[in-house]
Write a protein that binds this ligand. Structure first.
Ligand code: 26W
Length: 810
């Protein structure tokens, strides 16, 4: 690849694109046109790889993976694709030669923000890894016109702006109108009996067309290419001007709007379910189009769907795409005419489910009435699946047993999507060892007793080529030098080679210098964006992730207020100068989360303007945290805050990005932190707080937040300060009440006060370590060297071996 596309060739190709598409020469072109021209050139290269891959997969009749997800948080693609295709260097040279700054061209690209947080970014990392491992795989989602909102901070508060990413972002998409599918909503079912066999007919429905907009995914060091298929929603009835006066015109316009609203916007709720009709329509829309499209291609190749399960596995990313189960059944029953048992066997062997959260408020439970009205045939099928399952459970546990009620798919006029998945899927997996244990021993205890082999663990992983190779070139160079080349990019376990240099002063110094340079670069970026000048001599202490009470950004704030108070009181109070960085979007309807953002900004305002804090303490809320910002921030971070209440964070993946970039973790034994701790040992991580078991025990015993408050003068002080407010005069007594008295719900649901003391002590240990740069750098090096298991390649190999049963590149 690298040899075919040298600077001169790329230059010619880019010039050709500029001329043919925009009628411009290089010196007439805008940055946007330059970006688009580059994207088109790479798209052409990937396009021919993609055609060749498809042909091969078909010829060899390989088994394919279909990854269904409501979210793919892809971020930017130009630099990433160039990196994976091995043409990053010549592309930069070509851009420079044409009179542009490559960095500026990369910055022109909008993030494809088709996701909220962890679940969506994981899907993106996995697509890359599946491609690099040469697994025939396709991702499916919705081509949202508006991705995750852009966050502005106005007077300390979050304001949401629309994210119109498609203007430039569509450079990567190929619209395949000829592969359009029809999706049917509403209407009703008329049964036609032929002896014992029913031929249900769907009548009076409304159609929506699903049009594929394909994004090609490049793998690293391979010609294999996969596809992310994003379905766009279109109305089948064109608006006919001749109907204008008849009243039909408005109807047609209305119908068009109804259809197209499906792909309008990504729901910005993370870990919080709301039974919205439009969301259910989105789910069925993309799932139905997906299964129809897979089935159509399968039929064309094999002439039957009897061997469907041998050739396909459908991975469902949380319960959001769970309607694939009844939709596949519908096709097998109604379109192929198979009997129930045949259809059920094929379906069961084809689908697998990953759970990503144990939070009760995230569980999808659709109101039966909505479900029935919107999807009458799917409802019939789900009801029959539920009836048979319940019969089986009653046979096992006895009628009226509470376990039957607990596991039922349809209950209390609700359709429970997680139970549907557990019943129908060939495998159910959690995303870290701890999380999978909680699924086995708590959330899915009963079904796990019935079918223990079904329940598996696949610990999450990240695309280390993006998060080190592309995001942190200086570290990549060090790794190249210390591990004997770039092999680690394909085999992340080679990172372990770095550990040989754990006591090599030169290497440790170089690592320190890399971090210092990355901090400076990040500070320059922040200054240019916001005017804020970061103190690059201080420790960069970072918490970036969606804002949620269980993630406990508030615990971090309480500790900052504690440091601030002590510093003011006692000029000799010793602690390492810190820049506390936050980045977090709050779901627009999540009032408490928005209050916490405001609090962070109030504290920041006070601290940053207090001369007593100069060069010692700085607090910064980074606006609009997103993939492209994370790529700049991770390499510059020194302390990674992973402080969720144990048992609540399914895995976390930010934690892994920090670790690979040499940040040290202060964290609870939650999610994948547990496995990070196992890798690096007590000496190379700062663990604090209750364990998951400790949390359960404390809850059983009865948790009284006010006891902690009464016993701790520091906590009293901090709460008083929150009550009184900061420089802007805003009181946060609402948050204080939530912690101490409950304010209508259990006080301090996420046990911040119980963990405060040990968090404080852990921070003191952080300070001690940071005081000795060589010690710190050594710890950092060990973290990097032992982070290889958190590569998405390892995760995908686990999926391939234990769930999908597909081969991959050695
Ligand atoms: C129905 C509303 C809704 C929306 C999104 C419910 C649940 C979700 C996601 C499952 C939430 C999510 O992103 N979970 C995160 O998944 C990551 C990838 O596995 C994990 O690393 C995080 O710990 C988990 O919070």
């Amino acid at each position: 690849m690298t040899d075919t596309y040298k600077k001169d060739r790329l230059t010619q190709l880019i010039l050709g694109k500029l001329q043919r598409n925009f009628g411009r020469t290089a010196d007439q072109a805008t940055k946007e046109q330059m970006f688009k021209a580059c994207a088109m050139v790479l798209r052409d290269i990937m396009g021919s790889n993609s055609l060749a891959t498809d042909k091969m997969v078909q010829f060899e009749q390989q088994r394919q993976v279909h990854y269904l997800s409501m979210e793919f948080l892809m971020g930017r693609s130009l630099e990433k694709n160039a990196f994976n295709l091995g043409v990053l260097k010549p592309l930069k040279e070509a851009i420079k030669f044409l009179g542009f700054d490559p960095g500026e061209i990369f910055e022109t690209e909008p993030d494809a923000g088709l996701g909220n947080g962890g679940l969506g970014r994981l899907a993106a990392c996995y697509l890359e890894a599946m491609t690099t491992l040469e697994i025939p795989a396709t991702g499916y989602s919705i081509c949202y016109e508006l991705g995750i909102f852009k966050q502005k901070i106005v007077d300390g508060q979050q304001v949401e702006l629309a994210d119109n990413w498609l203007d430039l972002g569509d450079s990567w998409l190929i619209t395949k109108t000829d592969e359009t599918e029809e999706v049917k909503f509403g209407g009703h079912i008329v049964d036609h009996w032929e002896g014992n066999v029913n031929h249900p007919e769907h009548v009076g429905y409304t159609s929506v067309l699903a049009v594929p907009r394909d994004m090609i995914i490049a793998g690293y060091d391979t010609d294999h290419a996969n596809t992310l298929r994003l379905w766009d929603a279109k109305s089948p009835t064109p608006v006919d001007m001749s109907l204008y006066s008849s009243g039909e015109y408005l109807k047609a316009v209305e119908q068009q709007a109804m259809a197209e609203v499906i792909a309008k916007v990504l729901y910005p709720d993370d870990n919080h379910y709301e039974g919205k009709s439009l969301r259910l329509r989105q789910q069925y829309f993309f799932v139905s189009a997906t299964v129809q499209s897979i089935a159509r291609k399968h039929r064309a190749q094999y002439g039957t769907l009897k061997n469907f399960h041998e050739k396909h596995v459908l991975q469902i990313n949380d319960t959001h795409p769970a309607l694939v189960i009844p939709e596949l059944m519908r096709i097998l029953l109604d379109e192929e005419g198979y009997d129930w048992d045949t259809a059920w066997e094929i379906t069961k062997q084809s689908v697998a489910y990953t759970n990503h959260t144990v939070l009760a408020e995230a569980l999808e439970r659709w109101p039966q009435e909505l479900f029935e009205t919107l999807l009458p045939r799917i409802w019939d099928i789900v009801r029959e699946i539920a009836r048979r399952y319940q019969e089986e459970l009653e046979g096992h546990f006895g009628q009226g047993d509470s376990r039957v009620a607990h596991m039922a798919i349809v209950w209390d006029n609700e359709v429970r999507m997680a139970n549907l998945c557990v019943c129908a899927c060939r495998a159910v997996n959690g995303v870290s060892a701890l999380h999978s244990d909680i699924l086995r021993h708590d959330v899915f205890l009963e079904p796990c007793r019935l079918e223990p082999d079904k329940f598996k663990n696949v610990t999450n992983g990240i695309d280390h080529r993006r998060w080190i190779g592309e995001a942190n070139p200086a570290l990549a160079k060090l790794l190249h030098d210390c591990t004997g080349g770039d092999d680690y990019l394909l085999h992340a376990d080679k990172l372990a080679e770095l550990e040989k240099f754990a006591d090599d002063k030169k290497v440790l110094e170089r690592l320190g210098k890399i971090k210092a340079d990355n901090k400076k670069r990040f500070a320059e970026f922040v200054k240019a964006e916001s005017g804020i000048v970061l103190n690059t001599d201080a420790m960069f202490d970072v918490q970036v992730k969606r804002l949620h009470e269980y993630k406990r950004q508030l615990l971090n704030v309480l500790h900052i207020v504690y440091l601030y108070q002590h510093m003011k009181e006692d000029p000799h109070f010793e602690f390492q100068p810190r820049v506390c960085l936050f980045g977090a979007k709050a779901a627009p309807g999540y009032a408490v989360a928005k209050r916490i953002i405001r609090l962070i900004n109030s504290v920041a305002d006070t601290v940053n303007n207090d001369p007593a804090c100069k060069d010692r303490l700085q607090v910064v809320f980074l606006e609009n945290y997103r993939v492209s910002l994370a790529e700049k921030l991770m390499p510059a971070s020194e302390l990674s805050e992973q402080i969720s209440l144990a048992g609540k964070e399914a895995s976390g993946t930010g934690n892994m990005k920090f670790m690979m970039n040499g940040a040290l973790t202060i964290g609870t034994l939650d999610g994948a932190n547990v496995e990070m701790h196992e890798q690096v040992g007590d000496d190379n991580i700062f663990i604090f707080g209750l364990t998951a078991r400790g949390v359960s025990k404390l809850r059983e015993k009865g948790y009284f937040a006010s006891d902690y408050y009464m016993d701790d003068p520091d906590l009293k002080w901090i709460m008083k300060r929150l009550n009184d407010g900061f420089a802007d005069g805003e009181s946060y007594n609402d948050l204080v009440r939530r912690l101490i008295s409950g304010d209508g719900c259990p006080a301090d649901e996420y046990m911040l006060l119980a963990d405060f003391e040990s968090y404080k002590v852990a921070h003191q240990h952080v300070d001690e370590a940071y005081r000795d740069p060589m010690k710190w750098n050594r710890m950092s090096l060990i973290n990097i060297a032992r982070s290889g298991v958190f590569s998405a390649d390892r995760s995908i190999r686990n999926y391939a071996d234990t769930i999908w049963d597909v081969p991959y590149r050695a």
